[in-house]
Write a protein that binds this ligand. Structure first.
Ligand SMILES: Cc1ncc(COP(=O)(O)O)c(C=O)c1O
Length: 460
């Protein structure tokens, strides 16, 4: 279970009543719980401890530098998919050696920045982390390369910089992750990776490159994945190819099993990591025994239930189509329901006697619940958090919490319809602080420079 719960009819994040946060910071605001995030990280690391994986937090799931700092402090590295995410990690103060760079369309300039900080887009900005600019920060740990052509470009970029780029080859094992069609990435019709059968030939071609160190394979099957089966199916196929690659005379010392482990959007807990580990770990142990380093790239499972989105009710209107609760944010802050029909439990932050949810079921029951469509202000009919949703009655000005919003919430938020980006707050026991100030309309329209000093994202 996460660390968001009702005490005396008031939703708390750890020890902090969230309405207190909203009254100071306003809405929409993402509120994260440090305890939940670190608890998930610790449990995942414990479950997979027998193979001692490098756990690379998927920055795309929630890239706030303070969140990155928190997971880095727990021992995580990072999975990035753009130079922007790469620079975010650098700004958080984490070492580049713990970064893996995935992504199907990496540009050459992004590769250069990942190989050498002199090519960083921040190199001329004067920004410093721990007193140092990006120059001299060293190359990232690994590239997850997605095609032979990308290997050529990476080899060329590494030659220009005068370094050897470490890489794994992202393979497409053609395995169904049994998740939403938009978030399935390991089937052959998906754009990701190269056909698994072609991997040995790629090693033959690039294995002796003086500027590439092709070290192993990478897979990422999709997200969220609620069973170990897709992982074991894919691994069965991949292990056969690793043997073939090694028989052909190449050394394999890295295997990245990607991210994708689910988060339980109904109970607020994670799936049992042990249930994944007990099937996956035995398949990896022989590799570990012969010196292969295992990597993982979890995002959602760590951060989804570590965050809620607070929104305020602007209007309640009854129409012949139902009761619409119109909030001050919607798909601009959290696009998952509109994009993937994703379920997020929504509930008032303050509730009457007996109305605190006992579990975040898809079919809430209890006294006095009123079916409502909880929608946002955006001019799209897709802009709804949830429809036909039995919820305690609310009024203009009330606060609502959209649960399990930590992953792919803020990182996918937009300024569509010119709504500024939400604020982000991090709670730690009884204290809290703003880790990203709400974007002002002036900053959104004119750029941060037009608005004087901005909250320092870069003070590692
Ligand atoms: C290459 C790669 N690794 C890791 C992840 C993280 O997935 P999740 O947040 O489900 O763990 C993604 C998500 O898109 C991805 O594309």
């Amino acid at each position: 279970m996460d660390d968001f719960s009702y005490t005396n009819g008031r939703l708390h994040a750890e020890g902090v009543p969230v309405d207190k946060i909203a009254s100071k910071v306003g809405t929409p605001t993402f509120v994260y719980s440090s305890a939940t995030l670190l608890g998930h990280y610790r449990r995942l690391a414990e479950a997979f401890a027998p193979v001692d994986p490098a756990i690379c937090f998927a920055v795309k799931s929630c890239g706030n530098p303070e969140i990155c700092r928190l997971v880095a402090g727990a021992g995580a590295g990072f999975d990035v998919v753009s130079v922007g995410e790469l620079e975010r990690v650098w700004l958080s103060g984490a070492p580049m050696s713990g970064v893996v760079f995935a992504g199907v369309g990496k540009r050459r300039d992004e590769m250069l920045a990942a190989l050498d900080g002199r090519y960083s887009p921040l190199a001329k900005s004067g920004v410093k982390v721990n007193g140092l600019g990006p120059e001299g920060r060293g190359p990232i740990g690994l590239f997850n390369v997605e095609s032979e052509q990308e290997l050529e470009v990476l080899e060329d970029a590494a030659r220009e910089v005068g370094v050897v780029a470490s890489a794994t080859l992202r393979v497409n094992p053609d395995v169904d992750a049994r998740t939403h069609r938009h978030t399935t990435t390991g089937k052959r019709e998906n754009k990701f990776g190269i056909d698994l059968a072609r991997a040995p030939a790629a090693f033959d071609r690039f294995g002796d490159s003086p500027h590439l160190n092709l070290r192993g394979l990478h897979m990422h099957l999709g997200s969220p994945i609620y069973s170990p089966d897709p992982y074991t199916e894919a691994l069965e196929r991949i292990l056969v190819r690793i043997d073939e690659i090694e028989r052909n005379g190449h050394r394999v010392d890295r295997l990245n099993i990607g991210g994708g482990i689910g988060a339980d959007y109904e109970t607020g807990s994670t799936p049992s990591y042990a249930s994944y580990a007990e099937r996956i770990v035995p398949m990896l142990l022989p590799l570990v025994g012969r010196g292969v380093k295992i990597l993982m790239e979890p995002g959602r499972t760590l951060i989804a239930n570590a965050g809620v989105l607070l929104v305020r009710v602007e209007y309640v209107k009854e129409t012949s189509g139902g009761r619409f609760v119109v909030c001050d944010a919607g798909m601009n802050a959290l696009i998952r329901p509109a994009l993937y029909d994703a379920f997020h439990f929504v509930w008032p932050v303050r509730v009457g006697e007996g109305q605190a949810p006992t579990r975040r079921s898809k079919k809430p029951e209890g006294p006095g619940l009123v079916p409502s469509h909880v929608v946002g202000p955006v001019c799209e009919s897709a802009d709804a958090f949830i429809r036909d949703w039995p919820m305690p009655p609310v009024e203009r000005g009330d606060l609502l919490a959209v649960f399990s919003a930590g992953a792919y919430g803020m990182s996918m938020a937009s300024t569509y319809n010119d709504h500024p980006l939400p604020a982000e707050v991090l709670v730690d026991k009884d204290s809290w602080r703003t880790i990203r100030a709400r974007q002002s309309v002036a900053a959104m329209l004119l750029g941060p420079e037009a608005c004087g000093p901005q909250p320092a994202e870069a003070t590692a």
